[in-house]
Design a protein around this ligand. Structure first.
Ligand code: AKG
Ligand code: FE2
Length: 278
C-alpha cells in the first residue's frame, strides 16, 4: 500500500514534537520561540525529526520512482545571482563568478497529486506554521508552476554551488542522506533588499566565510531565507543519492522565476500535461 492511500498530511508529521496545529498551546509557543531563536541567530530554523520515519520512507520510495523523469541540471555558466556573468563588473567580482550546479530535478508539475510531499506542500496548516516561524504573514506559495515544489536527487559528484534563490523563503525537507558530502552550507542574510555587500560575498566565495555547515538528516525540516542568504550544497560522495524536497514561498503573491532559470533547471519554461494522479 502506498502511504498516500491512507495518510493525511497531518499524519506525516511528528505532531507530538511539533504541535503546529495548536500553536497557542504551551508546547506550540515553546516550539515557535525555539524556531525564532534559531532563525534569527543562525539564519536557519532547524526542525529535526519533523517527519515521522514512515513518512520519510514513503517519500524516499516516491522520489526513487519519480527520478527517471527528472531533468539533468548541469551548468557552470551562471553566477550566484542565477544570472549570466555581467562583464561590466571587474574580473573576480561576485557578479562574474561562475558556479556549478549539477543535480537531477523534478519540477512541481511532475510530482503527482497523490504523493505525500505534494499533499504536505499544499496543506494550509503547514504554510500557516511556516509563516509563523518566519514571522511573515501572509505568506504565499511560489507561483512558479515548475519551481513551487521540487524534489532533487544528487548523486556522486553532484553539487550546488554558492547562490541565492529567486524566492524569498525555501523550506527543505531531507528525505535520503548520501554516504558522504551533500551538506547544506549557509552564510545567513549576507545581503539585504538594499545592500549587496559584495566584499562579504567575495569572501564567502573564496572560502573565507563566515558560513555554517548543517548536518543532513532525513526527516529534518529547515526554513531559510534563500533570497538573502548565500548557500550551497557540498559535493555528494559515493553512490547513495541525496534526496531533498524544496518547498518555495514568497511574501508577494504571483512571484515567479525567470525563463532563463527555468530553462537551466527544468529544460523548459512551461508545465507539461497535468501530473498523473498515481
Ligand atoms: O538541496 C538543498 O539542500 C538546497 C538546494 C538549493 O539551495 C536549491 O536548490 O536552490
Ligand atoms: Fe538554493
Amino acid at each position: 500500500m502506498r502511504f498516500s492511500d491512507a495518510a493525511a498530511p497531518a499524519d506525516l508529521i511528528d505532531l507530538a514534537r511539533y504541535p503546529l496545529t495548536d500553536l497557542d498551546s504551551v508546547a506550540g509557543r515553546a516550539l515557535l520561540a525555539e524556531a525564532h531563536r534559531s532563525r534569527t541567530g543562525r539564519g536557519v530554523a532547524i526542525l529535526p525529526g519533523f517527519l515521522r520515519p514512515e513518512a520519510v520512507e514513503a517519500m524516499a520510495k516516491d522520489t526513487a520512482a519519480l527520478v527517471p523523469r527528472a531533468y539533468r541540471e548541469d551548468v557552470a555558466a551562471g553566477t550566484p545571482y542565477l544570472e549570466l556573468p555581467d562583464e561590466s563588473f571587474p574580473a573576480g567580482h561576485p557578479r562574474r563568478r561562475v558556479i556549478r550546479s549539477a543535480t537531477w530535478v523534478l519540477a512541481y508539475d511532475l510530482i503527482p497529486h497523490g504523493s505525500p510531499i505534494r499533499a504536505l506542500y499544499e496543506w494550509e496548516p503547514l504554510m500557516a506554521f511556516i509563516a509563523a516561524v518566519l514571522e511573515r504573514d501572509p505568506l504565499y506559495r511560489f507561483s512558479d508552476p515548475l519551481g513551487a515544489l521540487n524534489l532533487t536527487s544528487m548523486v556522486e559528484g553532484d553539487v550546488q554551488g554558492w547562490h541565492y534563490d529567486s524566492t524569498d523563503f525555501v523550506v527543505s525537507i531531507a528525505i535520503q542522506a548520501p554516504r558522504g558530502g551533500g551538506l547544506f552550507e549557509c552564510a545567513p542574510r549576507i545581503r539585504s533588499q538594499t545592500e549587496e555587500h559584495y566584499d562579504a560575498v567575495a569572501r564567502v566565495l573564496s572560502g573565507e566565510g563566515p558560513s555554517e555547515v548543517f548536518p543532513f538528516t532525513p526527516g529534518t525540516m529547515m526554513v531559510f531565507e534563500g533570497r538573502h542568504s548565500l548557500h550551497r550544497v557540498t559535493p555528494v560522495v559515493d553512490d547513495v543519492p541525496r534526496y531533498v524536497a524544496l518547498l518555495a514561498y514568497d511574501t508577494k503573491p504571483g512571484s515567479d522565476s525567470s525563463d532563463l532559470l527555468k530553462r537551466v533547471r527544468y529544460g523548459r519554461t512551461q508545465p507539461i500535461a497535468p501530473a498523473p494522479t498515481d
